[in-house]
Write a protein that binds this ligand. Structure first.
Ligand SMILES: [Zn+2]
Length: 294
C-alpha cells in the first residue's frame, strides 16, 4: 500500500492545473482560490505583511524554518505571531520607560513633564523634551524636537519604519507633524481628551489626509495607548501633586479607556499607489537635476 505524500507545487503550476480543470467544469473562482490559498503563496504573503507592519527585514521567531504541511505552517505562524507580539509589548514598555525618565528630566529643568523617543525596535535615533519655557517658543514640543532630530539623523523617508513613543498623547500640532513625517507607529501612555491629536481631533488616524494627499502625508499609523500608564501618571504627580490633582479634576490627562492597560487601534493602511508614483517622480526629478548640474 502506497502512502500518498503531497508536496507543495509551484504556484504557476497550480494555476495551469486549475485552468485545465476549469475546462472540465471547474469555475474560475475555484481556480483562483486554489492559486491564492497555496501554502507557498500564503507563506510569502504573511511574511511580507509581517515585515511591512513590523518594519523589520527579518523574522526573529524562526519563520525561516521548513514547513511540511499547511497545518504545520499555520501553527508555527501563530506561535511566531505570538512571540513577535510579546517582544513588541516588551519593547514598547522599555521605550516608554525612557520617555517617562525624559519627562522627569524635563520637569527638573523647569519644563512641563513631556518626553518623546523615536526608535526602531530598541534602537533610539532621537529623543526630545519640551523646551517651550526655556526656548520661549510654543512650537518646541517634545515630539517635534525629537522628529526634527530624527529627520536629520535617518532622513524622513526612513521614518515610516519607526515608532514614536510619548508619555502623553501627541497634541494636534504634533500629530500633524507625525503624519507629515510618515511615522508608522505611535505609542503613548496617557490620553489627552482636550488637546489630543487622536481623542480630540483625529489627525493621527485620519486616512483622508494620506488618501487625498499621499505625496505629503504618510499612511495612517498604528496607535497603541495606555503603555506604563501608572508610571506616567506618577511622574506628573511627583512633579507637582497639586497641579496633577487640578489636571485630573479638569479631565485634561486621563487613562485612554477605563481600567484597560493597553489599547490598540487597528493597524495602519499600507501606502497607496499614488505614494509610490510620487516617490518615483521625485527620484527621477532629482536624477535629472544631478545630471543637469554636471
Ligand atoms: Zn504637541
Amino acid at each position: 500500500m502506497h502512502e500518498i505524500v503531497r508536496t507543495p507545487e509551484a504556484p504557476h503550476a497550480l494555476a495551469r492545473q486549475s485552468a485545465a480543470n476549469g475546462r472540465r467544469g471547474r469555475t474560475l473562482r475555484q481556480a483562483l482560490g486554489l492559486f491564492f490559498d497555496h501554502p507557498i503563496l500564503k507563506r510569502h504573503r504573511v511574511r511580507l505583511t509581517r515585515e511591512y507592519s513590523r518594519g523589520t527585514s527579518h523574522d526573529e521567531a524562526g519563520c525561516s524554518g521548513n514547513h511540511e504541511t499547511a497545518d504545520g505552517f499555520a501553527v508555527r505562524e501563530k506561535q511566531s505571531d505570538a512571540a513577535i507580539e510579546i517582544s513588541q509589548r516588551t519593547t514598547d514598555k522599555v521605550m516608554m520607560a525612557r520617555c517617562i525618565e525624559l519627562s522627569r528630566s524635563a520637569a527638573s529643568k523647569g519644563e512641563y513633564p513631556f518626553g518623546t523617543v523615536i526608535a526602531l525596535d530598541r534602537q533610539i535615533v532621537a529623543e526630545g523634551i519640551n523646551s517651550t519655557i526655556r526656548g520661549g517658543d510654543v512650537t518646541r514640543h517634545a515630539e517635534i524636537v525629537a522628529l526634527s532630530h530624527a529627520q536629520k539623523t535617518v532622513g524622513r523617508e526612513q521614518l515610516r519604519r519607526y515608532t514614536l513613543y510619548s508619555n502623553i498623547e501627541p497634541c494636534a500640532m504634533c500629530a500633524y507633524c507625525i503624519r507629515e513625517a510618515g511615522v508608522s507607529r505611535v505609542v503613548y501612555a496617557l490620553g489627552s481628551p482636550v488637546m489630543g491629536g487622536l481623542s480630540k481631533w483625529n489627525v493621527l488616524r485620519d486616512d483622508g489626509l494620506s488618501d487625498r494627499i499621499p505625496e505629503i502625508f504618510g499612511a495612517v499609523p498604528e496607535v497603541v495607548s495606555g503603555v506604563l500608564l501608572c508610571e506616567a501618571q506618577q511622574a506628573w504627580r511627583d512633579w507637582s501633586p497639586f497641579v496633577w490633582e487640578m489636571i485630573k479634576l479638569r479631565g485634561l490627562l486621563t487613562a485612554p479607556c477605563g481600567q484597560e492597560g493597553n489599547i490598540r487601534v487597528q493597524p495602519g493602511h499600507s501606502r497607496s499607489l499614488w505614494h509610490y508614483l510620487h516617490i518615483l517622480l521625485m527620484r527621477s526629478c532629482q536624477a535629472r537635476i544631478k545630471t543637469g548640474s554636471r
